[in-house]
Design a protein around this ligand. Structure first.
Ligand SMILES: Nc1ncnc2c1ncn2[C@@H]1O[C@H](COP(=O)(O)OP(=O)(O)OP(=O)(O)O)[C@@H](O)[C@H]1O
Length: 460
């Protein structure tokens, strides 16, 4: 269902510069949308017309199929539902404290004092900024400012959140935190629209992409189609996403087994041709002719032999338990991923679980969960690209713990399930304390340990 639409939009600035030249777009509800184009192509101007800040010279903007009206009441209603986070957070933050900044929008919407307090509190908590709420925004880092700016919009409970270059000037960890937050908001139904020059981000993240150049829309479609269209990329002065470049080079060398369009490293790994023979250290009880599941290696073993989960037929055992193994990825059982919900956090239990549970890597997603890990002295091995890295580690037989909360739990769960479905590799995945039920933690822990330690053979 279309939530926002423009029809033949033309806009020129007062000095006569044409910034939008007949731009028509349809934005579907609940999607992640990226507008990609080089500087000056018209993305910011388009965004400002979408929430009525700029009035087009000709053409229409429609919200839920209704043409936007420009009287004060209609605009207030539109801006409540279509929030914009500016590229430069300093253009958005002006109140003396973070709390007041986030309260500005809800107060302006005429919410009662009680509702403002409750919505601001819950939003600050949601974005992990509660501990800083009394600080002046100009004392914050770039990443923190960006989260305050997003919180100010989220507090108005809009249906659509538009972010102009949301990752500009952020370090990789700050960028990852912002993307985690956007994914979570999207998971709960918000339509998220971003502009970016970053083709890697647009390719990997977006459900649908619009390409702009010279104030016109020159292409749109799903990322897999858009970013393989070399002629379009050339017209837009854009380059191919790196993951596609790597994939095409591997394909040229016959190192991939299917034609595909991987969007990320786990996707690329999924279609790699497995090596046929490999030297592997095996335990002394293994004999030539045995089938072994290397995906069941874990802990120190997996760390020393960071190979992907594969089945192997032992052809020959050399001295020192070194064996030549014929490999196949079919029917493999990899390591596991355990997801821990910090909304039902029990400090002692988590610490004990990590200490006793034979966890190889611990990753945290989302600011709130990272703060909990820091407070409780939980050593984090992975702080960015947590889901992909955990999938890759699990493929090497490791047992990975992801500490997170809210919608990110289900985002991780879905992403891993999707990978399992596509690859046919069975990564065991569990939300280990769903609904605060930590009794399931103990079961999950024991179950995992016995499964991983088993030397059971798995025939190809
Ligand atoms: N206030 C303004 N007055 C006059 N011209 C403007 C103004 N703001 C933008 N423009 C012009 O309008 C065109 C579109 O600019 P816009 O900022 O919308 O592009 P953009 O794609 O968002 O660029 P960037 O990626 O650099 O943010 C450009 O030619 C720009 O120079």
């Amino acid at each position: 269902m279309t939530i926002l639409e423009t029809r033949d939009l033309v806009y020129s600035y007062p000095d006569g510069t044409i910034a939008l030249d007949n731009v028509s777009v349809r934005i579907d509800m609940g999607k992640k949308i990226a507008f990609v184009g080089r500087n000056g192509s018209g993305k910011s101007t388009l965004f400002l017309t979408l929430n009525g800040t700029l009035v087009p010279k000709t053409g229409d903007v429609l919200f839920h199929g209704e043409p936007v009206k420009y009287d004060a009441k209609s605009l207030r209603e539109l801006r409540k539902n279509v929030g914009i986070v500016f590229q430069n957070s300093d253009d958005q933050l002006f109140a003396p404290s973070i709390y007041q900044d986030v309260a500005f929008g809800p107060t302006n919407l005429g919410y009662s004092k009680e509702k403002v307090t409750s919505v601001v509190q819950s939003t600050l908590d949601y974005v992990g900024l509660n501990p800083l709420k009394k600080k002046p925004p100009h004392h914050l880092s770039g990443g923190q400012k960006k989260r305050v700016a997003i919180a100010g919009i989220v507090a108005m409970e809009p249906e659509v959140i538009i972010l102009d270059e949301p990752l500009s000037n952020l370090d990789p960890v700050g960028a990852d935190e912002v993307m985690d937050l956007l994914n979570e908001l999207n998971y709960f139904g918000k339509t998220i629209i971003i502009s970016t020059h970053d083709v890697d981000l647009a390719y990997r993240w977006a459900d649908y992409v619009f390409i702009m150049t010279n104030q016109q829309m020159i292409g749109e479609g799903i990322p897999e189609d858009i970013f393989r269209n070399e002629e379009l990329l050339q017209r837009a002065y854009l380059r191919k996403p790196q993951i596609l470049e790597v994939y095409e080079e591997l394909r040229r060398r016959s190192l991939v087994k299917t034609n595909g369009c991987p969007k990320d490293i786990p996707g690329l790994v999924r279609i790699l041709k497995e090596p046929e023979l490999m030297w592997v250290k095996v335990s002394p009880d293994v004999k030539a002719g045995d089938y072994i599941n290397l995906g069941l290696l874990h802990g120190e073993f997996a760390l020393n032999y960071p190979m992907e989960a594969v089945n192997g037929k032992v052809l020959h055992i050399h001295e020192d338990c070194m064996a030549i193994v014929e490999l196949s990825r079919r029917y493999v059982r990899a390591g596991s991923i355990m997801i821990y919900d910090t909304d039902h956090h029990d400090t002692d239990f988590l610490q004990l679980f990590i200490a006793n549970g034979d966890v190889d890597t611990v990753g945290a997603m989302g600011k709130r969960s990272k703060l909990i890990a820091e407070r409780d002295n939980i050593r984090l091995d992975i702080t960015s690209g947590v889901i992909d890295r955990s999938i890759l580690n699990a493929l090497c037989g490791q047992r990975c713990l992801i500490i997170t909360h809210g919608g990110m739990i289900y985002h991780a769960f879905e992403r891993i399930s999707h990978y399992i479905e596509e690859s046919g590799i069975n990564i065991h995945v569990d939300i280990i304390n769903e609904n605060g039920d930590i009794s399931s933690l103990a079961t999950a822990c024991t179950g995992q340990v016995s499964c991983s330690r088993s030397t059971e053979e798995h025939r190809v």
